[in-house]
Design a protein around this ligand. Structure first.
Ligand code: PLP
Ligand code: ZN
Length: 373
């Protein structure tokens, strides 16, 4: 293991949420060597100040492109359509590369810089790839991005325009991950996988801090997001836990998971359904993840916060993409509109009652994807 760099906070370790083992921070260590569970960052001391804990020494060393502080809009047309309580959309597509990923990437690349990493490998359905490509350019790190050759052209263009080396892989999303892992082994580069990196989750915590700040500590009753690997879902939960510890908030919203009908491992897990059917294809490419490495933790968060997991089909996802654009002026990609199809489902099924407030993460911009509607 490499020495802890000067700009990495000295009181952090990595820990396994499954068996509790702890490890010295390292960019190459992504899973517990006892039980293979991906790791989380642990701070020896969490201050009681309302500021977010970060794994680097100070904000001065952050590699930033101005991510975060995304707007929250009140969605009154939607409220009328669904005859429900207040609905807010947090416009994550206003991040620098057009998706929420920038929150996590900023932190992951800041840590990579702290470890003097020269080359980084990522695999992605497109958004994490373009985000890593942009932040690596800013940090002067060479980015190798593995993507399915079927990824939407705007995402592929975005990755290459930032100057990253794109590796287009024919085949399933899993084959892309395998190709990236083989390349890492062959070249000895660092695998900066957003789905495994503990530092990425430290960045997505900002989502929770902003919700708390926006509402002066008042939490919405429900939080809904599209979930594949859970990098926003878990990071938001970590942020809420930290805010509870610091005494800034007193409750965590019910954190709901939305997946596509064709690829729904987390919904199957939530329903106790041991479904081993082959996965299908979906227009929601960002959540087309057949075996999320942190599924155990996601299941625990669902139970702890009282959240539900629901699957929605492509027809509903595209219908909601249209409704958002044509009734609310919000153009998001299908992966993101799936969360609104989920909201509709949760209201119809009584998971969300008509008096409760909801915040939906609008995770990625419409122009990044193909238009199917
Ligand atoms: C627009 C968008 N929303 C949601 C997600 C899901 O993120 P995660 O896989 O971290 O749960 C992704 C992932 O690529 C995405 O691109
Ligand atoms: Zn473990």
């Amino acid at each position: 293991m490499s020495e802890i760099s000067t700009s990495i906070r000295k009181d952090i370790s990595l820990y396994c949420s499954s068996c509790g083992a702890t490890f010295i921070p390292d960019m190459r260590l992504l899973a517990c060597n006892m039980c293979q569970e991906p790791l989380l960052v642990k701070y020896q001391e969490i201050s009681t100040s309302p500021h977010m804990e970060i794994p680097v020494d100070s904000c001065d060393v952050l590699v930033s492109l101005g991510e975060g502080n995304t707007p929250v809009v009140k969605m009154d047309q939607l409220r009328k359509r669904l005859s429900c309580g207040e609905v807010f959309g947090k416009l994550e597509f206003m991040n620098p590369t057009g998706s929420f990923k920038d929150r996590g990437t900023a932190m992951m690349i800041s840590v990579a810089k702290g470890f003097n990493i020269a080359s980084l490998v990522e695999d992605s359905s497109g958004n994490a790839g373009s985000s890593v490509a942009a932040y690596c350019t800013k940090a002067d790190i060479t980015a190798h991005i593995f993507v399915p050759s079927s990824a939407p052209k705007p995402k592929l263009d975005q990755i290459s325009v930032y100057g990253a080396i794109t590796h287009k892989i024919e085949g399933t999303r899993e084959m892309v991950t395998d190709a990236a892992s083989n390349f890492v082994e062959e070249k000895g580069y660092v695998y900066g996988a957003h789905k495994l990196s503990p530092y990425f989750l430290e960045g997505t915590k900002t989502f929770a801090y902003e919700i708390a700040r926006h509402n002066s500590g008042e939490m919405p009753d429900h939080l809904i997001m599209p979930v594949g690997n859970g990098s926003l879902y878990i990071g938001a939960w970590l942020g809420f836990k930290e805010l509870i510890f610091k005494g800034v908030i007193s409750k965590i919203p019910k954190m709901h998971v939305v997946q596509a009908e064709a690829v729904k491992p987390l919904v199957n897990q939530f329903e106790g359904n041991d479904n081993k059917d082959p996965v299908g294809t979906t227009v929601a490419g960002g959540i087309s993840v057949s075996s999320p490495p942190r599924s155990k933790l996601i299941g625990e968060i669902l139970v702890e916060t009282g959240g539900h997991a629901a699957a929605v089909d492509d027809e509903d996802i595209l219908e909601w993409q249209k409704i958002l654009a044509q009734e609310n002026g919000i153009y998001c990609e299908p992966t993101s509109s799936s969360a609104f199809a989920g909201l509709d489902y949760f209201i119809r099924n009584g998971v969300i009652t008509k008096k409760e407030s909801v915040l939906v993460a609008v995770t990625g911009f419409g122009l990044k994807d193909n238009l199917y509607i």
